[in-house]
Write a protein that binds this ligand. Sequence first.
Ligand SMILES: *Cc1c(COP(=O)(O)O)cnc(C)c1O
Length: 369
Amino acid sequence: MTLPPFGRFFLPGPTDVHHDVLQGMVRGMMPHRGADFEALFARLVAGLQAVFRTRRPVFISSSSATGLMEAAVRATPPGRILAIVNGAFSERFARIATACGRDTVVLDVPWGRGVAPGDLRAALAKGRFAAVTVVHSESSTGAATDIRAVSDLVHEHGAACLVDSVTGIGAAPVETDAWGLDFVLTGSQKALALPPGLAFAVASEGFMAHAREGTERGVYFDLVEFEQYALKHQTPNTPALTLLYALDAQLPRIAAEGIEGRWARHAAMAARTHAWVVEASSETGLDLGVLAPPGERSRTVSAVTLPEGVSGGQVVAGAAARGYVIGDGYGKLKGRTVRIGHMGDHTIDTLDGCLAACLDALREVAPRR
Ligand SMILES: *Cc1c(COP(=O)(O)O)cnc(C)c1O
């Protein structure tokens, strides 16, 4: 079987998967109630604990990340939920809260920005909330939020902080235990560079104690069930075994680099991309920009703003013609931006290939000077 070469796929999810990881999936099935599975599960949780910087159990869900966003809402004690919305994924978190029957208040933040502490403080002062939802790295805009500061403010208010770090964990510092995060989740197909289909989360002891008293937890995304089975090194239902095999192949690769090394590599790839936007603007004469301002930029996703007359679709097609996949803008930014996912197992080397292809694509659409 011929696999496409690694290093050409820069969608902000799914991300490119290394051949060693893809090949690691080709293993026979095993019963998920048995000693072999329990050994596998224990090994996976230990590797994930290093990624999440936690000693708590890491829940492994056979679902995409959205499943664990819903689990977080369902486990939240009764009361209103404040949703910080600064892009399409944080909007989804708010929608999940509403759909689960929760009284939800939205704190609107301009797309491309993180929430300002003063605005959050003012929103919290307006009432009592059981939980606040926040997205660490808004993959629709490339904006990063200081989740430690948000979590601290939320705790002063006495609420739980539910963190979507789907394009954060594995790329940007997240100290689950040291920062006292109540709930933090990610998905397999982003910075961890696995195929889509798994989601991972950690819940604090306090958050789980409240969850156990709740009555609206449902079944498939019930964190209490996840916890009970995790104690036996099992999952509540049949897990996506082949994806667990991929994780089993990837975790030693992550450990070999070290989580801090991974954070540093992602910082370097983001900086390279931001510098390239300036270079590409002057090379092509096009007014290009990074949507998020300096200091609020994600390490994993850059949304590049395009001038009038250049569409995201043109740039995406131009990159594709050169063998590279990047993303069009997301949601209301579609067409007006392109998104480059510089995450997972990419390196400055593979990224430079992608940026060169994007520059050629931009030259093609730029008016002649
Ligand atoms: C991709 C993504 C999600 C949704 O993940 P699915 O795996 O598609 O459910 C949620 N939040 C953020 C920030 C994401 O990037």
